[in-house]
Design a binder for this molecule. Structure first.
Ligand code: ATP
Ligand code: MG
Length: 389
């Protein structure tokens, strides 16, 4: 019995975007994300995307799992392919629904005849299929108002398809349709969630991580890589820039007042990130900041970090409580990795009394001894790039 995955136009989050651009990007993303699972044909017809495994050993369950993580799909279905004859439709629907039938008490059949040459009408297809299911599974009854399962029979141009219910997709917009942005990623709970949230709205992600060896260990960088891998299961490939930050932190430690350490570190991160982001074609930065969560995330503090860059800073978690962020991080499976106890460069240099009401002038004054341009130049030149997928 041949099974395929169906994604219908009504199940795409079209949202007024240019429809064919949207669909073509989605199909490209699907092809990328299913590569490596075996031979498969992916085609579009009559506002439906068909994903048809072609090799015997195709990992269908893994394909379903991956399709469930592709942004731009609100819902999708697994379906059984049959010949366009009632005989085949009836025997296949009984066979295909054997497992489903064990777990339900009521059902109804809905039929759609996109191929009008098929000799039976939709009500006739419904009643014959319903009768065959009732005969084979005597514990079932038909409930047209509130069935445990809706069985769909569709006569389409290539073949007939039977499916039971549908699966929830990841929603959002296809990655790439909203352009590109660079996420500042630490090993914490928040930034991977911020990355995922913006990829969901169609942004292709680049990631930037600041590492401060020997204050931070190679394991901290590995942690960031495994977090990005989890995000990439949804967003597709992410390019990662690892920026050496030790020299800058040492300079800040030597030349700036302690209560400004975190703020100046954050300002340096933003400046460097903007340089790297522009070079990679990103139009915005993304951070995992949430208003008031820590001293460097008060509104005056955010004003001072925003002021050093000339590109928008997207902060999708700004209005979320930690509990809400944690629940999202569990959902996307980054939480367990995020809470592994490896140090971040921000935690290494935490001041005892961080400034919570800085002003632009007081920040500029606190960092006046730094040779900012040279520090940025050195860090950008020593940045290392790789890909995560
Ligand atoms: P997170 O859980 O994302 O680490 P946080 O609550 O610990 O966030 P901060 O450490 O103040 O908050 O960092 C705020 C934001 O700055 C992070 O969400 C992230 O976007 C960025 N950031 C912090 N440290 C780094 C780093 N080492 N490299 C890149 N970006 C960082
Ligand atoms: Mg952090």
């Amino acid at each position: 019995m041949k099974e395929i995955i169906l994604i219908k136009n009504g199940e795409l989050a079209l949202k007024g975007l240019n429809r064919s651009n949207f669909e073509n990007t989605l199909i490209k993303n699907i092809k990328c994300r299913l590569s490596g699972l075996g031979e498969t044909e992916i085609k579009k017809s009559q506002s439906t995307i068909y994903i048809e495994p072609e090799s015997e050993d195709y990992d269908f369950e893994e394909a379903l799992k991956r399709v469930g993580q592709i942004f731009g799909i609100a819902a999708f279905s697994r379906a059984c392919v049959c010949e366009k004859s009632m005989k085949d439709i009836l025997s296949r629907s009984v066979e295909y629904l054997s497992t489903v039938a064990e777990n339900i008490k009521t059902f109804k059949v809905e039929a759609k005849r996109a191929d009008k040459r098929f000799p039976l009408t939709s009500p006739e297809i419904c009643s014959q299929t319903g009768a065959a299911l009732l005969k084979s599974y005597p514990h079932l009854t038909v409930d047209v108002h509130n069935p445990d399962c809706v069985v769909y029979v569709e006569i389409r141009d290539f073949a007939a398809y039977i499916r039971a219910g549908q699966l929830k997709g990841a929603g959002g917009l296809p990655v790439g349709t909203a352009g590109k942005a660079s996420v500042l990623i630490s090993g914490g709970i928040d930034s991977p969630v911020a990355a995922w949230t913006m990829a969901k709205r169609g942004l292709k992600l680049n990631a930037i991580h600041f590492a401060s060896p020997p204050y931070t260990s190679p394991r901290a960088e590995l942690k960031v890589r495994s977090l990005l891998k989890k995000v990439a299961a949804y967003s597709g490939t992410i390019s990662l820039a690892v920026v050496p930050f030790t020299e800058i932190q040492d300079e800040i430690g030597r030349k700036c007042p302690e209560d400004y350490f975190t703020l100046i570190m954050r300002r340096m991160m933003m400046r460097i990130s903007e340089r790297i982001a522009r070079a990679s074609g990103s139009l915005a930065l993304i951070t995992g900041e949430s208003l008031g969560q820590v001293a460097s995330q008060t509104l005056p503090a955010l004003v001072t970090t925003d002021s050093v860059v000339a590109m928008p800073v997207l902060r999708p978690l700004i209005g979320m409580d930690k509990e809400e962020i944690i629940s999202l991080s569990r959902r996307i499976d980054t939480f367990e990795t995020s809470v592994l106890p490896y140090e971040d460069c921000c935690t290494v240099f935490t001041p005892r009394h961080p400034k919570t009401r800085p002003t632009l002038d007081s920040c500029a004054n606190a960092e006046k001894e730094l040779d900012i341009d040279t520090l940025i130049e050195n860090a950008v030149n020593k940045t290392e790039y790789s890909y995560i997928d």
